[in-house]
Design a protein around this ligand. Structure first.
Ligand code: ZN
Length: 375
C-alpha cells in the first residue's frame, strides 16, 4: 500500500506548494536530528523528508494522487538520488528555505559576556530589613596586559589564509531540495577570519582572565527566598574584552527557628497552659524587632490565632509590613499529683462535668476494651 505522504506532513490533498513547504519546515524544526536527539525523531524525520520529496515534485505528486508510490522499489521514482537523499543539516534546510543567511561572515572576536549567578544565604532578619552583604564573585575580567585585544604587545591579528578572512568555508551539496550551499566556520581561524600569530601571553588571546573579586551587594528590605537581585555589568566580561553580562544574586532565606514566613506574614506558635487559656493572661511576644504585649482572653480555645498587625516583614514594594500571627497551642496538664488531681475533680464536679475515674475503677476506656473482649 502506498504511504500516506499527505498525512505525514499533515496537509490536505489540495494543499498548494506553499502549504507543503510550510508544513515541512515546521516538522523539520521539530524532528531534525540536529535539534531533536530522540532516535524515534530521526526515523520520523526520514518519513517527513520522503513525504516532502514526493509532494514538492509535481510529477511524483501526480503519481501519489493516482494511488502510486514513487519511492517504492520499482515505483519509477527515477533519478532522485533515492529516498531521503544525502543527509542535510538543519541549518542548511532553514537556509534553503529562507534563501540562506548567505554569508554569515566572520564572527567578531569581541562579543558580549555571559550573565553570572550567585547564591546568597541570608537569615530572616536580613531579608526582612535588608542588608549590605559582602560577596565574592569568580568571573572573567578584562585582561590588563592586552586590554582585551588578545594580541601580544606590538602585534596584530592576521587575515586567515584558509578562508581569506570570510570566517567560513562553503560546500555545495545536491539534495532533494536542490543545490544546497552550506557554510561551515573555518577551522583554521575558528570562524574569526583572522588568526593571532602572537597571542597575548597573559590571556592566550581570549582578551580576558578569570579572577575573584569582592563586592558589596545592597539587599533591599522585604526580599523573599528565590528572588534575584540584578547587578548590571557585574557578570562575565565577553571574549575579546566585550561588554560584561549581568550578575544575578539569588536570595536563599535560611529557615528561622521561631518564625515561619508566608509572603510578608510571619507565623509562630506559643504554648499556653490550659488554665491560662481558661482564665485569660497576658503574653510578651518577641517580634523581629520589638516586644509586644498580647492579651489572651479568658476562655480562649485550642488552635486560636492572635494577630499582631504590622509586625511581619516589610513589603518590598510600597510601604507597610505584613502581620505576625501567633498560634496558641493550649496544653492540657499531664502528670498531676494527688492534690492537683483532686482540685481538678472538684472543679469538674462544680461544673457538672462527668469525670470517669480511669485509674481506680476502670474508667471509660477500659469498659470499652472489656466490651470488645467479650467480658
Ligand atoms: Zn591578554
Amino acid at each position: 500500500m502506498a504511504k500516506d505522504y499527505y498525512g505525514i506532513l499533515g496537509v490536505p490533498k489540495d494543499a498548494d506548494a506553499d502549504d507543503i513547504k510550510r508544513a515541512y519546515r515546521k516538522l523539520a524544526r521539530q524532528y531534525h536530528p540536529d535539534v531533536n536527539p530522540d532516535p524515534a525523531a530521526a526515523e520520523k524525520f526520514k518519513d517527513i523528508n520522503n513525504a516532502y520529496e514526493v509532494l514538492s515534485d509535481d510529477q511524483k505528486r501526480r503519481m501519489v494522487d493516482l494511488g502510486g508510490d514513487p519511492l517504492a522499489p520499482g515505483g519509477g521514482g527515477g533519478a532522485g538520488g533515492g529516498p531521503g537523499g544525502p543527509f542535510v543539516g538543519f541549518q542548511d534546510i532553514m537556509d534553503a528555505f529562507f534563501g540562506g543567511s548567505g554569508s554569515r561572515g566572520p564572527r567578531p572576536r569581541t562579543r558580549p559576556g555571559a550573565d553570572a549567578i550567585l547564591r546568597l544565604d541570608l537569615d530572616l532578619f536580613e531579608t526582612a530589613f535588608g542588608v549590605e552583604a559582602p560577596i565574592t564573585v569568580d568571573t572573567a575580567v578584562l585582561c590588563t596586559t592586552c586590554s582585551g585585544a588578545g594580541t601580544a604587545a606590538g602585534t596584530h591579528p592576521k587575515t586567515c589564509d584558509t578562508c581569506g578572512g570570510r570566517g567560513e568555508v562553503q560546500s555545495v551539496q545536491r539534495t532533494f531540495l536542490g543545490q544546497v550551499v552550506s557554510s561551515r566556520p573555518c577551522a583554521a581561524c575558528q570562524g574569526f577570519g583572522t588568526t593571532l600569530p602572537h597571542p597575548c601571553p597573559t590571556c592566550a588571546g581570549d582578551g580576558r582572565v578569570r579572577t575573584r573579586r569582592s563586592l558589596t551587594v545592597k539587599i533591599p528590605a522585604g526580599v523573599e527566598d528565590g528572588m534575584r537581585i540584578r547587578l548590571a555589568g557585574q557578570g562575565e566580561v565577553g571574549p575579546g574584552g566585550g561588554p560584561s553580562g549581568d550578575l544575578y544574586v539569588e536570595i536563599h532565606e535560611r529557615p528561622h527557628d521561631v518564625y515561619a514566613r508566608k509572603g510578608d506574614d510571619l507565623h509562630c506558635k506559643v504554648t499556653v497552659p490550659m488554665t491560662a487559656a481558661a482564665l485569660g493572661t497576658r503574653l510578651t511576644i518577641k517580634t523581629l524587632d520589638s516586644e509586644e504585649q498580647l492579651e489572651v482572653k479568658p476562655g480562649t480555645q485550642p488552635n486560636s490565632t492572635l494577630r499582631i498587625r504590622g509586625k511581619g516583614v516589610p513589603h518590598l514594594r510600597g510601604s507597610g509590613r505584613g502581620d505576625l500571627f501567633v498560634h496558641l497551642d493550649v496544653r492540657t496538664p499531664t502528670r498531676l499529683d494527688g492534690d492537683q488531681e483532686r482540685l481538678l475533680r472538684d472543679f469538674a464536679r462544680a461544673r457538672g462535668e462527668e469525670v470517669a475515674e480511669l485509674s481506680k475503677q476502670g474508667g471509660f476506656f477500659s469498659r470499652v476494651r472489656d466490651a470488645f473482649n467479650g467480658h
